[in-house]
Design a protein around this ligand. Structure first.
Ligand code: GRF
Length: 209
């Protein structure tokens, strides 16, 4: 008769889940894609520990609450200035202790202090093939520039506007007759695949804390 090993078999060792925080300002379709990917195991061994919005009416917040996730607004209009508002967001993040912060349509520029606090642990998604077309209205600008392809980029956030190290990009064609809406929709569908994939990739190489 063989003795049973006294230690837990390797297959039964459970690492703590990776903790994700989401910051959003609007409809939250990227948040939903991430939440689906977490629930479906596409982002393995992870949980969403906070969904924060600077806009109380953000549809993304409603979507998070409907999923039973901890969702809260930190209304930017309720603070005298950017620093005070950011200080509150930082406080909420400190309480939630995420391993990774994901900006998902968060329409605030972050101060260098914020970026320094979360360096290497904060991602953004942008609807263009960076370094081309950083900033706003990028699908319209891509069309006006006569681009034949566009896409999306998931990148680490640094002090610049959409300038941090790229995690991954996905390309889509720009088709004849495309409007800002049709191109945006084609890119968005790709964003919903790219963001979960990028998160899984980054979590796979993040040092455990
Ligand atoms: C997306 O196009 C994303 O790339 C950009 O803001 C938009 C957010 O959309 N940063 P949603 O709120 O995730 O639907």
């Amino acid at each position: 008769m063989t003795d049973r090993p006294s230690s837990t078999p390797k297959s039964e060792i459970r690492l703590p889940k990776h903790r994700l925080a989401i910051l959003l300002s609007g409809r939250g379709s990227n948040f939903e894609a991430i939440a689906d990917a977490v629930a479906g195991g596409v982002v393995p061994n992870a949980e969403i520990v906070a969904v924060l919005s600077d806009v109380p009416e953000a549809v993304g917040l409603e979507r998070a609450r409907a999923r039973g996730l901890p969702a809260a607004s930190v209304d930017r209009k309720a603070y005298p200035g950017k620093r005070e508002h950011e200080a509150e967001v930082l406080k909420r993040l400190a309480e939630a202790r995420p391993d990774l912060v994901c900006l998902a349509g968060y329409m605030r520029l972050l101060t260098p202090e914020f970026v320094a606090r979360w360096r290497g642990r904060i991602l953004n998604i942008h609807p263009a093939l960076l370094p081309k077309f950083p900033g706003l209205h990028v699908q319209r600008r891509a069309l006006e520039a006569g681009e034949t392809e566009s896409g999306c980029t998931v990148h680490f956030v640094d002090e610049g506007t959409d300038t941090g190290p790229i995690v991954l990009q996905r390309r889509v064609p720009v088709l004849p007759g495309d409007t800002e809406e049709s191109l945006s929709a084609r890119i968005l569908a790709e964003e919903h695949r790219a963001y979960p994939e990028a998160i899984a990739k980054v979590l796979g190489s993040l040092p455990r804390r």
